[in-house]
Design a protein around this ligand. Structure first.
Ligand SMILES: O=C(CO)COP(=O)(O)O
Length: 132
């Protein structure tokens, strides 16, 4: 599965913790991330990650483009709901595209836990069927 990992600055430690805990699952998948998030994760875990631009420089939009092309299967996006983001329109656009294309999107740790266990159990196999 193709999985995108994104975290706003105040959530990056949470993302490092999450990806460290679940690297045994994540390593079996193709990983993508916005620039700084991807760097933090790969430094901490050694996971191989395709990094896009940093979020404020267009990274969310690059991931959104993959969603629109049916080339992204799941997104874990630890948003910071308490800090204004200069690129808020990009963040909203990415979440909107996930809804347009029914792409599983976790925007907090609680939902991410459910998604990652579902991923391990094979709950996302319907994505492969859709792509055939
Ligand atoms: O801003 C982001 C998502 O909206 C994340 O970008 P970085 O991973 O580059 O910090």
């Amino acid at each position: 599965m193709k999985i995108a990992l994104i975290a706003h600055d105040k959530k990056k430690n949470d993302m490092v913790q999450f990806t460290t805990a679940y690297q045994h699952i994540l390593k079996n998948h193709e990983l993508f991330a916005t620039g700084t998030t991807g760097m933090r994760i790969s430094e901490a875990t050694g996971l191989s990650i395709h990094r896009f631009q940093s979020g404020p420089l267009g990274g969310d939009q690059e991931i959104g483009a993959l969603v629109a092309q049916n080339k992204m299967d799941m997104i874990i996006f630890f948003r910071d709901p308490l800090t204004a983001q200069p690129h808020e329109p990009d963040v909203s656009a990415l979440m909107r595209l996930c809804d347009v294309y029914a792409i599983p999107l976790a925007t907090n740790m609680g939902t991410a836990e459910v998604l990652i266990h579902g991923l391990e159990r094979g709950d996302l196999q319907w994505r492969s069927i859709l792509k055939q």
